[in-house]
Design a protein around this ligand. Structure first.
Ligand SMILES: C[S@@+](CC[C@H](N)C(=O)[O-])C[C@H]1O[C@@H](n2cnc3c(N)ncnc32)[C@H](O)[C@@H]1O
Length: 239
């Protein structure tokens, strides 16, 4: 049985994949891929490779995590070279760990091929370094996907990083920004980067006080990353 490769596809721009990731795409028998994987990457698959989309799709059945795990196990057991292609890095809010554990439990070897995470690359390409000497020496990467039960929700106000990077936060942004306002000055700079690294990229900037209004005016849609902290000001000098 061959290994299953959990490959990070990078943040969107198809050129931002690793050399190792690209070589695996070119040699895979089966590629199981998500919504945020740059479609242009799939053009590098070999002729006859099976390309299986497991991301969300309006009006159609969406694969559960268990079904994805089962699919990977089944294809690996058929002796195929399986690439599980994910957006960004497989282990950054990508459920890559869950898939690796499920495969290992079935005696299937797994290799992780890290990817360029959107958490770092999307701010970078918008001119925002998430750390900067004298300004930010710590970063917190956080999900904006609120837990169903209120008591299990993250306490955003208590997070201590100099820079906060929020993924998956578009829907809940108003609630999350309200939380940050409890512990940070209203003048704290904020940037939201929509469809980062792609041609359609948009950057909305403001402060904790006015960013929600600006995001609503701009009709922000996912995927987007929100950066909170003084590093956002550097964009003016860097871009
Ligand atoms: C399920 S998480 C996966 C993150 C991925 N594993 C990574 O390392 O980039 C999806 C979230 O990543 C962020 N994201 C991914 N690609 C993005 C892009 N090109 N522009 C803006 N945000 C992006 C968004 O916050 C999106 O909701």
């Amino acid at each position: 049985m061959k290994k299953v490769y959990l490959v990070g596809g990078g943040p969107g721009d198809p050129e931002l994949i690793t050399v190792k990731g690209m070589k695996l795409i070119q040699s895979a028998d089966v590629i199981v891929y998500d919504r945020l994987v740059g479609r242009k990457l799939l053009a590098y698959a070999k002729p006859g490779a099976e390309l299986i989309y497991v991301g969300k799709q309006a009006g159609r059945h969406t694969f559960t995590q268990e079904e994805i795990n089962r699919l990977l196990i089944e294809k690996a057991k058929e002796g195929k070279l399986v690439v599980r292609l994910k957006g960004g890095d497989p282990f950054v809010f990508g459920r890559g760990g869950e898939e690796a554990i499920a495969l290992r439990r079935h005696g299937i070897a797994v290799e992780v091929v890290p990817g360029v995470s959107s958490a770092i690359a999307v701010p970078a390409l918008a001119g925002i370094p998430i750390t900067h000497r004298g300004i930010a020496s710590s970063v917190v990467l956080v999900t904006g996907h609120l837990a169903e039960k209120k008591e299990e929700r993250l306490d955003y106000a208590s997070l201590k990083g100099d820079t906060i990077v929020i993924l998956m936060g578009v829907k809940n942004l108003p609630k999350i920004i309200e939380e940050f306002k409890k512990s940070r000055p209203p003048s704290t700079p904020v940037a939201i980067i929509e469809k980062g690294t792609l041609e359609e990229q948009r950057v909305i900037t403001g402060t904790l006080e006015d960013i929600i209004e600006r995001a609503q005016e701009a009709k922000l849609t996912p995927p987007a990353i929100t950066v909170i902290g003084e590093v956002v000001r550097l964009r003016e000098e860097i871009m």
